[in-house]
Design a protein around this ligand. Structure first.
Ligand SMILES: C[S@@+](CC[C@H](N)C(=O)[O-])C[C@H]1O[C@@H](n2cnc3c(N)ncnc32)[C@H](O)[C@@H]1O
Length: 291
């Protein structure tokens, strides 16, 4: 009789323990159960620090060595304190994987300079991993959308790196516009693109023949040049918006115009590095049509 009561109460205790264990397991970030990697590429969002994800916070907390731009070190000073933070190795992707013998003159000199910096960075990452450290390469926005560190996934393939996705400037820009980016009477597609270069097959004027929604990541390209290209195939009355500082509550700014009128409202000097161009009639779309 007594024994059966003990057994039943033991069962209750076991039940409660099992429930608690599963609650704790669910609350743990998923990274704990992923591959035994020591190398992470972490997106921390495009603007204010509160756009970082819980997974990114956990990953940075676990890291011993962090590579990032100086501005991110400042933005996440508290989170990165006590870490070894290395900056100054941003934008190492140009010419990566290219045979230097195929290049000449100034281009070759530039490629050689970059290769030296890149090799320094690669050696530092590999040394840290060999020393048993966890390394996080931290980037703004989402690291795989026009991300300058995407090449590291190939370079360190053998280390099975894990990517922690981030909120992209694209997401923050959509939020700033307060419009469904896929809502339109004419199209349900969105093209993300960037400046043209010699040899790019999907040039802005070609893409715009589809008359679909387009979002341009600008990366210091001349604003007038973007508008000139958009105007080739988008009618002048196509809605266009410029979003500056998406995701920064105090600085975010939206300028609404059309392909034909935007240059009257915005000049190159009004634009920071962090701005995007949105084109398409989603900008004026309304569910309730006016009579
Ligand atoms: C190298 S890309 C990086 C994009 C980043 N990986 C992301 O997912 O947001 C830089 C370009 O993204 C856009 N951008 C980045 N942050 C932004 C922000 N807070 N507001 C507006 N545009 C931004 C700009 O067009 C900028 O020139």
């Amino acid at each position: 009789m007594n024994r059966s009561r003990v057994t039943r109460s033991n069962l209750w205790v076991l039940w409660i323990v099992a429930i608690l264990v599963s609650i704790v397991a669910v609350a743990q970030p998923a990274i704990a159960t992923q591959s035994p990697t020591q190398l992470y590429l972490v997106g921390v969002g495009p603007g204010d620090p509160d756009l970082i994800t819980l997974r990114a916070i956990e990953t940075i907390k676990r890291a011993d060595v962090i590579f990032c731009m100086e501005s991110l070190k400042d933005r996440f000073a508290e989170l990165m304190q006590d870490k070894q933070v290395v900056h100054g190795y941003w934008r190492l992707f140009p010419f990566y994987g290219q045979d230097l013998d195929d290049l000449e003159g100034a281009q070759r000199a530039e490629a050689e300079k970059l290769a030296v910096r890149r090799n320094e960075f690669i050696a530092m990452v590999r040394q840290a991993i060999e020393d048993g450290k966890t390394v996080a390469i931290v980037d703004s926005g989402d690291p795989l959308i026009y991300g300058p560190w995407a090449w590291t996934m190939e370079e360190f393939e053998d280390l099975q790196p894990v990517v922690v996705p981030g909120v992209s400037a694209f997401n923050a820009g959509n939020a700033a516009l307060r419009r469904g980016i896929t809502n339109s009477d004419l199209t349900k597609s969105v093209i993300l693109t960037a400046a043209d270069w010699e040899g790019k097959t999907d040039t802005i004027d070609r893409l715009s023949t589809h008359q679909t929604t387009m979002v341009l990541f600008t990366m210091r390209t001349e604003f007038k040049e973007f508008i000139r290209k958009l105007a080739i195939n988008y009618p002048a009355d196509t809605p266009l918006a410029v979003v500056k500082y998406a995701g920064y509550a105090d600085r975010e700014q939206v300028i609404q115009a059309t392909v034909g009128t935007i240059l009257e409202k915005v000049g190159q000097d009004d634009l920071p590095f962090e701005y995007m161009i949105y084109v398409g009639d989603f900008l004026t779309f309304r569910y309730r049509k006016e009579d």
